[in-house]
Design a protein around this ligand. Sequence first.
Ligand code: HSE
Length: 397
Amino acid sequence: MKIAVMGYGTIGSGVVDVLRINRDKIAQRAGEPIEVKYILDLRDFPGDPMENYIVHDYQTIVNDPEIGIVVETMGGVEPAYTFVKAMLEADKQVATSNKNLVAAKGAELIKIAREHNVNFQFEASVGGGIPIIRPLNKCLTADEIEEITGILNGTTNYMLTKMADEGADFDAVLKDAQAKGYAEKDPTADIEGHDPCRKIAILTSLVCGQQVDFEDIHCEGITSITPEDFKYAEVMNRSIKLLASSRKAGGSYSCMVAPFMIDSNHPLSGVNGVFNGIFVHGNVLGDAMFYGSGAGKLPTASAVVADIVDMTKHKNTNIYIDWKPEKLELVDYKDSRNRFFVRTVSDKESIAGAFGTVSYVDAGIAGEIGFTTEEMTEAEFEKAAAQIEVRNRIRLG
Ligand code: HSE
C-alpha cells in the first residue's frame, strides 16, 4: 500500500515515525507493507530523512494511481477540505486527525467516500490515541446513547491539573503544554473550549446520525478560572475539569462545553494531565469509560495509522458511517439543569433573596462569600445571578 501524507507538522511527522517504528507489526496486521510515497507540505525539509519525498502540489498525489490512502494532518478547514475532497473523488481513501475539517465537513466527506466506494476515517480527530470513533461506529451500535461526557482537550486538562497541583501560573502552564506539542497552533481553540466543542459535535453527530453544528453548542473555556477557585474546590473535595457533554433530551441532544467542579466520585475525576477520558452511557449497555493519551504526536499518529491499517484491509469496501448531512436542532442549553458554585461580594441577605436556600463554602478568602445552589435551569440561574454581584461561577458535576 502506497500512501501520501499531507502536512508534515507534529502529527504528520508522527505518522511517518509510527510507520517506521512499528513497520513489521503494521504490515502483518494490514496484510501488506505500508509505504510513504509522498509528503505534501509548503515547506522543504533539508536534512530530514524524508526530504526527498516532499512535494508541493497536491495534484501530484491526485494524479498518481499508485496512491491508495492519503493522510490529512494539515489542520484547518481550507485547503484541507479541497485536497481531501479531490483525493476521495480520485477514489483514494483518506484518514484525518483534523477535527476542524471533520466537524465542518464530515457528513459531506463521508457521503463522497461512499459514492466512490472508499473510506473517510477520522479516529484521531477526537481523543487523540483513544479509540472512541470506531467503538461508537462499530461496537456500541446496539444502544441508544443517552450521554457522552468527556474531557476532550489534553492541553486544558494538563493546565488545570498543574494549576491544581502546583498552584502554577496560567501562562506558564500554557507555554509548557505548547512546548510538549499538545496545544493547537493558536491556543485560543484550546483555552476557549473551541477544540472540545468541535469534538463533542463530532461524537454527537455519530450517535444521532445527523449533522450537529458546533456553532450551536454553548461553549465556555477556562480563561476565567483562578487560583481562588481551586481553593474552594479543595475545600469541597472537588476538581475543576473542562467537560464537553451531550445528553439525550426528547428527540434531540443537549450539549455544552464548560468548566465543572466535579466530585471525587465522578468517573472523570481521576483523569489528569494530558489524558482524556470519555464517559458513555447507553440505554442497554449502562456505563462505559474510554481513557488514555488524548493529545500529542505519537498517540494521535497511532490512531491515524490504525485508520490506515483498517482502510488497507477494506480496499474497495465502504464501511458505512451513519452521519447524514441533515442538521439536528439541539435543545436550548438554557433549559438544562445544573447546580452552581458561586463567588460573590454581595451579602448573605442578597444571596438568599436571589437564590433562596444555598450552602455556604468557606475557603478562607477575605472579602467574598462562596456558596453552592440547588439544581436550577441555566435561565433561572442567570436571572438570580443578575440580582447579586458575581465574581465567578462554576457548574457542579
Ligand atoms: N490541542 C488538542 C488537545 C490536540 O490539547 O487536546 C488534540 O486534539
